[in-house]
Each structure stands twice: as structure tokens, then as C-alpha cells.
Design a protein around this ligand. Sequence first.
Ligand code: ADE
Length: 261
Amino acid sequence: MSAMHVHVVTIFPELFASPLAVGIVKRARDGGLLRISLVDLREYTSDRHRSTGDYPYGGGHGMVMKPEPIVAALDAIAAGAPHARRVLLSPRGSVLDHALVAALAREKDLVLICGRYEGVDERVRTFVDDEISIGDYVLSGGEIAALVLIDAVTRLIPGARGNVASALSESFTSGTLEYPQYTRPATFRGLEVPPVLLSGDHTAIERWRESEAQRITRRVRPDLLREPAESTSGTLAETPAGPAAHRSTAAQPPRARARNR
Ligand code: ADE
């Protein structure tokens, strides 16, 4: 199987070094399952100051990311990866969830565009397939969101984790949060491990784990137990399952328009 290739467009490529050099992501890269290219947006600027931001038309505070360097970087990436799926990280996007991570994990090439400042020039949205947020809060840029996405996607690349069974039983695949886990010692500061886990009765252990997972989910995230149509994840829950289900989550019309220009 060929490696998944993630191209990250950013003004802070140095921010990515250590998170991508540990754990499962490092193993996937070392094992040839994942390739990461950090694309320094400043390489695609054309002025003396290598500016990536400018003042907003109409006034207002802060700076807006200029469209030309971003689209020049996208064009350069497209020369080698014409079918790459382009994702803009922004607090305005669809909120990332397991289904969207799974859809992205099936792509061969992903481009992650990290916004900074007060946002990107609106016209950049014409050139992307998806706009994704990692949650309802504002980060100082899309870089950490891109790292979250890379981490979550890498875990779903076949072979990235030794154990496929653990991928299947994991939270958000099963529809519940995870059941409680314990390791030695059996008593820690007076706190006991539930006796059923020491019983050796695998049927009873399985039943206990399922009921604990249900109980915890009901208490902490009751929304996960509701029918998908009632879910809060917006249009994603209403689209049919399958590879195309998460195409074009961007607020603007899909890139087909820009492509045909
Ligand atoms: N950039 C700033 N805030 C963000 C968020 N919540 N998700 C993705 N990208 C962002």
C-alpha cells in the first residue's frame, strides 16, 4: 500500500517538528505509511517583506491572510498531487468527528491549510474542498488543529497501530465512550479494582464493560446515544455514509467551480 501524503501549508513549519516525531505518527512515518511535507507559506510570497497577511478591506482590527501565497502554494502542491483533498482549518468549519476522520484517512493526498491572524481572505475558500474546525473555541492558528487532525487520521491508517481489534473497539466507532480500565496494583491508596475484572469470567467481564460504557456515556455524553439524525454534527449526520459523505464541508460551493475556471 502506498503511503498517505499530508502536505501542511503554514507560516510556522517549525511548530510541527516534535509532535510528528513521537509515538504512532513517528512509527507510521518511519514505516513508510505516512509522509508529511511541511510547506512554508513564506516561500510563496512575492514582496520584499515576504508578507502573508494584510489589512482588512472595510477596516477592522488585525490582519487577514492574503490569498495569493496560499493559492500559489496550493498550485505548487497540485503539480505533484492533482487529486489531493484540500482542507482549510478554521473555527468556521464543520466540527471534526470520528466519521470525518475516517473519511479523511481514506485519502491518498491531503493538504492542510493553517490559517493565522483574524482569518483568511474569503476567496481562498473557493480553492478548498473542506473547512474543518476541531471545536467551538478559537485557537491562535490552524497549526495545532492540523496536528490534531494528523494524529487522529494516522491512527486509522491500516497498519499504523499493530492491533486492528483495538481500533474497532475504540470509542466513537462503537458509539459509546470507553469503559474503565485498571492495571496493577489491585489496591491503590485504598481503591479496589472491580472484582469482576479479577474473576476470569470473560462473559461477565464483557457484560460489565458494556454496561459501564453505556453508563458513562449516558452521564457524560448523552448526545452520542441518540439517533444520528438528532446529532448536533449538522449536515454530516444527514448525509449518507460512504467516501463521498464528507466531501465539500466548506461553507462555500465546492472547488469544482474554481477548477473549471
Ligand atoms: N483555527 C483557529 N481556531 C480553530 C479551530 N477551533 N479549529 C480549527 N482551526 C482553527
